[in-house]
Design a binder for this molecule. Structure first.
Ligand code: DX5
Ligand code: ZN
Length: 221
């Protein structure tokens, strides 16, 4: 198993002081930053694009930026995000007309590539793609909003993805996104995740370091 990574989602950060928020959460022990891109088309909400990503780089943020594209179409944004400083880019396969091409575009742009599966998206999307991916992102809520509750059936799906990754023999990471908190992170890790996105559970508390430390304690048990 690779090191377990905590990826705060800036969806729940204070956008008016985003640079400082990202700096603070990294100083508080976050491993990387999760960047939720919503287009009011694929999902019913609207967030931010490549300009905000490059603004964070210009501000001096050096950590990995894990761009989660909840957009349709996908391909035109890939190069723009790579240019803006993204290091990981994932997308929802049902939002792309040519999934293999989108993955190739991400890798050609020099980023790690991930496929995102919604709670109701079947695992067969991985059938011909798993060997070409750096990570699989499993949604444990329906995409579009922070602060939703973890959908328990995701744990079983997670175990199945872990099994498939094990069989592949490749170091493909499994990221979980939605409703991750101190009190469920351990069960999620036991089911097979090794990257944990968490937005509201971290940013809605005054002391980010305390939450991240509590999560790491749970993970260490
Ligand atoms: C939902 C986003 C998530 C979300 C996580 O569409 O992809 O990254 O912001 O937020 P919490 O941890 O609050 O569920
Ligand atoms: Zn996300």
């Amino acid at each position: 198993m690779q090191p377990l990574l905590i990826a705060p989602s800036i969806l729940s950060a204070d956008f008016a002081r985003l640079g400082q928020e990202v700096e603070e959460v990294l100083q508080a022990g976050a491993d990387l930053i999760h960047f939720d891109v919503m287009d009011n088309h694929y999902v019913p909400n609207l967030t931010f694009g490549p300009m905000i990503c490059s603004a964070l780089r210009n501000y001096g943020i050096k950590a990995d930026i894990d761009v989660h594209l909840m957009v349709r179409p996908v391909d035109s944004l890939i190069g723009m995000f790579a240019e803006a400083g993204a290091t990981m880019i994932s997308f929802h396969p049902e939002a792309s007309d040519h999934v293999d091409r989108s993955v190739q575009l991400i890798r050609q742009a020099g980023c790690k590539a991930g496929l995102v599966l919604n709670p109701a998206t079947p695992l067969h999307y991985l059938d011909h793609m798993l060997d070409k991916l750096d990570y699989v992102l499993l949604m444990s809520v329906n995409p579009g909003f922070g602060g939703q509750s973890f959908i328990p059936s995701t744990l079983d799906k997670l175990r199945q993805v872990r099994q498939r990754v094990r069989e592949s023999g490749r170091a493909i990471r499994i990221e979980i996104d939605g409703g991750v908190k101190v009190d469920n992170i351990r069960a999620i890790a036991e089911a097979g995740a090794d990257m944990f996105v968490s937005g509201s559970a971290i940013f809605n508390q005054p002391d980010y370091g305390q939450v991240i430390q509590a999560m790491r304690q749970e993970l260490a048990q």
